[in-house]
Design a protein. Structure first.
Length: 423
């Protein structure tokens, strides 16, 4: 039996609107996400985690709440949340169900990247007009029918890290493309209505280039789309991230989520786009801390109401967790607040540092929560055990894994663009 979250008094906003100078509109949207997370996501999280099933009912309810269209621009009928507001709302969902928040991120990015980010990037007037018309079709599917988009990019090679062109290829044919390839860790596989696939447009005899990356929405029901393999991972089990096999799938040109060349442009000019996996894990860090405080106070539903807060060792552990959480929040809030086109070198380094800190610290805080609360706290009737497993996944997520962040910070801090040590 999962703990009753409604009776927990631990869900003050992660970022208090006054302290973090949020506008009323931002605060309202974020509060809506928090209330939704607590009321709807938390009670369903344990069973989907246990069975590794996708929480499709959460997405149906998100449609009713307008959360599927949170980043659809207002001119297209959506809520028009910006990057920062989205990140803060996603962190609130992550507190209650990591898998749902992470899957929601895949969906929302299809609207954020084609919406606010694309509006920030240069493109010809003709491309801009064609893009507006195409994205309106995608947004109408979401607004009218609750369509769900996913984001399968990873292939198991160097492409998802940004090193080489995607091996999944789109061959131009009359009216569209024939897409062939294989995507691993395709969260929402079997549940999404459209797979937002990154692939390389390649004509006969042409070399593969990252500049020719296409971002296509492939209908789940299209001929040649198949979900393969099983899904029985350590954490984030309800994302159901199985393998997507694409065998010469015909995709009409209207399914382009970004015009030609714009994904490559976004990846180089709007690098904070890759920070969007981090909010979920910030929410998990907050959840692990909140759990510990409630547990030590003897107020955790589902656990014995024994107080353990009087022991100095517990107080020191909570103080350390608090400091680590506040450090992480401060850095992350700064990074998501300054996301923009063409950021400075210091802003990019800060984004890597924020991503690294959230992903590593979320798990460190969850691990300390288990050590501090003790054996009974890691039983599966309580949420901490799931938080601990889910939090382990953050550092592994491309393109900004913890190792890649370290690698880039070290190199980019020491070398200016084009500098080498050759004499
Ligand atoms: C729960 C979950 C859900 C996911 N959902 C999605 C999804 O919806 N869509 C999607 O596209 N992907 C998704 N992923 C996949 C994820 O982003 C990674 O692609 C995946 O974890 C990579 O696994 P791998 O073993 O192939 O990593 P590898 O590519 O083998 O890398 C292993 C490690 O080597 C290091 N490394 C790799 N390349 C470099 C480099 N160039 N420089 C320095 N170090 C490097 C990294 O630290 C990396 O962690 C998901 C992953 C998880 C855990």
């Amino acid at each position: 039996m999962q703990a009753d979250f409604d009776s927990l008094d631990t869900d003050a906003p992660i970022f208090a609107p006054g302290a973090f100078r949020l506008s009323d509109r931002e605060a309202d949207l974020i509060a809506k996400a928090r209330r939704f997370g607590r009321r709807v996501l938390a009670p369903r999280a344990a069973s989907h985690d246990r069975d590794a099933t996708f929480p499709i009912e959460n997405f149906r309810d998100m449609h009713d709440e307008g959360l599927l269209s949170i980043c659809v621009p207002r001119e297209h009928g959506g809520t028009g949340a910006d990057f920062k507001t989205y990140c803060l709302a996603a962190a609130e969902l992550g507190r209650y169900c990591g898998s749902t928040a992470l899957s929601w991120n895949m969906h929302v990015c299809s609207t954020l990247w084609s919406g606010a980010l694309a509006d920030d990037l240069e493109m010809s007037a003709a491309d801009r007009d064609a893009h507006r018309a195409r994205r309106d079709m995608h947004y109408r599917r979401i607004l009218d029918n609750g369509a769900i988009y996913s984001q399968p990019f990873s292939e198991g090679g160097a492409a998802a890290a940004g090193g080489v062109a995607f091996g999944t290829e789109a061959r131009p044919v009359d009216g569209g493309f024939l897409v062939k390839g294989r995507k691993i860790f395709a969260s929402l596989s079997g549940a999404a209505d459209y797979y937002g696939v990154l692939c390389t447009e390649r004509r006969e005899g042409e070399a593969a280039s990252r500049r020719n990356t296409l971002y296509l929405a492939i209908p789940a029901g299209a001929t040649g789309v198949r979900v393969a393999g099983d899904w029985d991972p350590l954490g984030m089990r309800a994302t159901v991230s199985r393998t997507l096999v694409l065998s010469d799938v015909f995709v009409p040109e209207s399914e382009m989520l970004l015009p030609r060349g714009v994904y490559f442009l976004a990846a180089t000019r709007w690098p904070h786009m890759f920070l969007t996996l981090s909010p979920t894990y910030l929410g998990l860090a907050q959840a692990a801390y909140d759990f510990t405080v409630a547990y030590l106070r003897g107020e955790m539903p589902g656990a014995l109401s024994v107080k353990r807060r009087m022991f100095p060792t517990k107080q020191i552990a909570v103080a350390e967790m608090h400091i680590q959480l506040e450090q992480t929040k401060a850095l992350w809030f700064q990074a998501v607040s300054e996301a923009c086109a063409n950021p400075s070198k210091q802003q990019i380094l800060r984004a890597y540092a924020a991503q690294f800190s959230v992903m590593e610290n979320a798990h460190a805080i969850a691990a300390k929560a288990i050590r501090t609360c003790g054996g009974q706290a890691m039983l599966k009737n309580l949420a901490l055990e799931r938080i601990y497993r889910d939090s382990r996944c953050g550092s592994l997520m491309l393109p900004w894994t913890a190792e890649i962040c370290l690698d880039r910070i070290g190199r980019e801090a020491l070398y200016e663009t084009g500098e080498t040590d050759e004499q």
